[in-house]
Structure formats: structure tokens, C-alpha cells
Design a protein around this ligand. Structure first.
Ligand code: F6P
Length: 323
């Protein structure tokens, strides 16, 4: 392999730039040419591809977002779209791909690999931390720190006004940001899609019917909550009791931006180098991961076969400390 294409796809995540930089510089180190494909699969289909060198990725390590931009491509889901993409890669002589993204990105890459046998490898970049085969995905640490910072601020005003706040954090099908920002932010309750907490359970925790209940409290709700989003939960509590003065804050996309933490920068740097080295060693259709602080490679089927579970201990800690 002498020419490698790199791209970011799906929702952006802080640390993606650090991963791009690592891929490009590892290519230079191993004497390979590197091409940046703009806007993920969209740019591959349109032929929006630029040559990158070690110097073209200077001063991006510390920046949020992705300099290659990102998109979710509907056209790449069609055989015609993938054919156009393949033709564009062939024209430039690109022989292998490194994709940085989440499960949708890896699914597209797998399909492409099956059809065209292009050596390819995925780097997990998503704030959701929802991919099995890795303890951490790039961006998750930064997003969780952002959520904790916001929760701390909300707590100040919640206390001053004796208010109950519902804070919604991102995580479409995953409670990772919620559980850990909730533990770190001292939430009274944490609602995650992985746990079967009912509305009644939540209501009991808040203790509206007890003399000892706190008026000021904070509930962290994962976007993927199965018992309703933050607004709906707030409404349900208000309908049952007028005891609380309730407010809702949805943190939204602010969790996706910002300068990556040291952890995400190092993780992205390690994974970027590991991706190029993996391709050299003939590891195709795999995702780079980190397990017990060691780099690992897992096949697409292994990654997709299971959900990245939230460990029992974290759930237990959250419960014990929310008393
Ligand atoms: O997958 C990352 C994520 O931020 C999810 O947590 C969220 O549900 C989704 O992306 C939002 O996507 P979009 O930016 O397209 O609204």
C-alpha cells in the first residue's frame, strides 16, 4: 500500500483533528502518500479529495471539529453512489482507507470493503462511546467534561433558587455521557437508555412526598432515555406535584465542540498511528480500539454483534451516591 485516503464521517467529535494529524504523519513516517477526503463519503462520491502532507496538518491537534469536514451520506448507501466513490479513488490511485467515525461510518466502510475489497480500517470517533471493541471512543472524554462543566454551573443557580433541574445530555442510544457526567456532577438521578428505571422510580428518588426531600436537585437525562426526554420528564413531575420549581436545560451540540482534552488527543494520536500500522500489517475491515490501555483490532462483525455495555460498578456507584 502506497497511497492512503483518510476521512471523517458522521457526527463530528473533539479529537478528530488529532486523529487526522496522526494518520497523515504516520503515512509520512512510513513513506506513504496520504489524501484527505472531504465531507466523508460525500466527498468520495464527488471526488473532493486533497493531497495532505505532514505540514498541512500543523496546528490542528488542539482544535475541535474536523478540518476534513463531515457528513452523513445517503448516496453512499446506494450501489451507484459507492461505484462513483470507488472510481474516484481508483483515478487517484488510492489503495486503502482510514475512516474516522461511529457505527454508521464503519457500516458504510464494511459494505464498501465487501464490494471492492479496498483495504480499510476504522478509527472510533464519536462522543457517544457506544462502540464495543474499545473502552473509549475519540471525543467522549471531552464531551463528558463539557457536560460536567455545564452541570456545575447549573447546580449553582439551581441551589440559589431552590430549583429542580433536568439536564439533557447527548447519546442517541447510549448512556455513557449521562452516567459519568451524572456521577461527576453529583446528580440525584441519572436516566440512561440501558437501565429500566420507571417514571415512578424517578419520582420516588426525588422524594416530593417526603418531608425531607430537597427542593433543589439535578437529574441528568440521556438523550436516548426510554421514559421520555428531559422536557417530558419535567412535565410528568410537574403534573404529579407542585412541590418543585422545575427547569430544563438541553445541552445539545455544545457537547460536540471545543478543544479536545489531553486524553482525547493522546487516544486519537495512538489510534491514528495504529490505523496506518494496521493497514501495513494487513488488518482490513477492522476497527482500532483501546482495551485496558492497549491497542487492539476487532473485525466489523465482532464490533457490531454487541452493545458497549455500561459496567455494573458505575451504575451501582451512581445509585449509592444519589441518596
Ligand atoms: O452520534 C453523536 C451524536 O451527537 C448523538 O449523541 C446525537 O444523537 C447525534 O449525534 C446528533 O446528530 P446531529 O448532529 O446530526 O443532529
Amino acid at each position: 500500500i502506497s497511497k492512503i485516503g483518510v476521512f471523517t464521517s458522521g457526527g463530528d467529535a473533539p479529537g478528530m483533528n488529532a486523529a487526522i494529524r496522526a494518520v497523515v504523519r504516520a503515512c509520512t513516517y512510513y513513506k506513504k502518500e496520504c489524501y484527505g477526503i472531504m465531507r466523508g463519503y460525500e466527498g468520495m462520491i464527488e471526488g473532493d479529495i486533497v493531497k495532505l502532507g505532514a505540514r498541512s496538518v500543523g496546528n490542528i491537534l488542539q482544535r475541535g471539529g474536523t478540518v476534513l469536514k463531515s457528513a452523513r451520506s445517503a448516496e453512499f448507501r446506494t450501489p451507484e453512489g459507492r461505484k462513483k466513490a470507488y472510481d474516484n479513488l481508483t483515478k487517484l490511485g488510492i489503495e486503502a482507507l482510514v475512516a474516522i467515525g461511529g457505527d454508521g461510518t464503519f457500516t458504510g466502510l464494511h459494505k464498501f470493503y465487501q464490494e471492492y475489497q479496498i483495504p480499510s480500517i476504522c478509527i472510533p470517533g464519536t462522543i457517544d462511546n457506544d462502540l464495543s471493541g474499545t473502552d473509549y471512543t475519540i471525543g467522549y472524554d471531552t464531551a463528558t467534561n463539557t457536560a460536567v462543566e455545564a452541570i456545575d454551573k447549573i447546580r449553582d443557580t439551581a441551589l440559589s433558587h431552590n430549583r429542580l433541574f433536568f439536564v439533557e445530555v447527548m447519546g442517541r442510544n447510549s448512556g455513557y455521557i449521562a452516567i459519568n457526567s451524572g456521577i461527576a456532577g453529583g446528580a440525584a438521578a441519572i436516566i440512561i437508555p440501558e437501565e429500566n428505571m420507571s417514571f415512578d422510580d424517578l419520582y420516588k428518588i426525588l422524594g416530593a412526598d417526603k418531608d425531607t426531600s430537597k427542593k433543589s436537585n439535578l437529574v441528568v437525562v440521556a438523550e436516548g432515555s426510554k421514559i421520555g426526554d428531559a422536557h417530558s420528564l419535567a412535565k410528568q413531575v410537574a403534573e404529579r406535584s407542585s412541590y418543585f420549581d422545575i427547569k430544563v436545560t438541553v445541552l445539545g451540540h455544545l457537547q460536540r465542540g471545543g478543544s479536545p482534552t489531553y486524553f482525547d488527543r493522546v487516544l486519537a494520536s495512538r489510534m491514528g498511528v495504529a490505523a496506518v500500522e494496521g493497514l501495513q500489517e494487513g488488518k482490513y475491515d477492522v476497527m482500532v480500539g483501546i482495551k485496558d490501555n492497549k491497542i487492539v483490532y476487532n473485525n466489523f462483525d465482532v464490533i457490531m454483534a454487541s452493545h458497549h455495555e455500561i459496567d455494573e460498578e458505575s451504575r451501582r456507584i451512581a445509585k449509592i451516591l444519589s441518596i
